[in-house]
Design a protein around this ligand. Structure first.
Ligand code: FMN
Length: 160
C-alpha cells in the first residue's frame, strides 16, 4: 500500500510533525512532500494578457500543477494554523489535487495556541471532494512541538 504525507510549512514545525507521522506508517510505502506553489499568477497564464484585456478569454490556459492522488491508498495533509484557520495553502492544494474520491484522507494541524475549527473545516472541504474522513489531530506548542504525539498519531493512522 502507498501513502502520501503532504504538508505546508513556513517555519519547519509542520514539516517535523509530518516527518514524525510518516516515520510510523510502516504498513505503507510513504512519499512525503512539502507543498509549494511556484510562479506568480501572471506566470500561470499563457502569454495572452492582451487578448484577455480585450475581453477574449478563449486562449486562457491555466498552467497550475495538478497533484494526482490516484496511486495512494492513504493521504495525510498537514497545515499550520494561520489566524485561526488552516493556512490558505490548504484550499489551494485541495483545489489542485485530483483523485480524492473514495480516498481515506487524514488531516493534522500545528499551532501555537488553539486550532479553532480548522480540523472540522478541513474535514468539510475534503468531504466536498468525496474523500473518506480519516483521523484528525491538532498539535500545539508555543515554543516547540515534540515528536512523541505526532508519532503516536502516526501509529494510529497506520493501524498499529
Ligand atoms: C501568520 C501566522 C498566523 C498564525 N496564527 C495562529 C493562530 O491563529 N493560532 C495559533 O494557535 N497559532 C498561530 N500561528 C502559529 C503557527 O500556527 C504555528 O507556529 C505553526 O506550528 C507553524 O507551523 P510551520 O512552522 O510549519 O509554519 C500563526 C503563525 C503565523 C506565521
Amino acid at each position: 500500500m502507498r501513502a502520501l504525507v503532504a504538508y505546508f510549512s513556513l517555519t519547519g514545525r509542520t514539516k517535523r510533525v509530518a516527518e514524525a507521522i510518516a516515520s510510523q506508517l510502516s504498513n505503507y510505502a510513504v512519499d512525503i512532500e512539502g507543498i509549494t506553489f511556484t510562479g506568480t499568477r501572471r506566470d500561470l497564464v499563457d502569454g495572452t494578457v492582451d487578448s484577455i484585456a480585450a475581453g477574449n478569454w478563449t486562449h486562457l490556459s491555466a498552467k497550475e500543477t495538478i497533484f494526482d492522488l490516484e496511486p495512494y491508498d492513504l493521504v495525510c495533509i498537514g497545515m499550520p494554523i494561520h489566524g485561526g484557520r488552516p493556512a490558505v495553502a490548504f484550499n489551494a492544494y485541495v483545489k489542485r489535487c485530483k483523485g480524492f474520491a473514495g480516498k481515506r484522507v487524514c488531516t493534522f494541524v500545528t499551532c501555537s495556541f488553539y486550532p479553532g475549527k480548522s480540523l472540522s473545516a478541513m474535514g468539510q472541504a475534503l468531504d466536498g471532494v468525496g474523500a473518506v474522513a480519516g483521523d484528525q489531530m491538532a498539535f500545539r506548542g508555543l515554543f516547540r512541538i515534540g515528536t512523541a504525539k505526532p508519532a503516536e498519531y502516526g501509529r494510529k493512522v497506520n493501524g498499529s
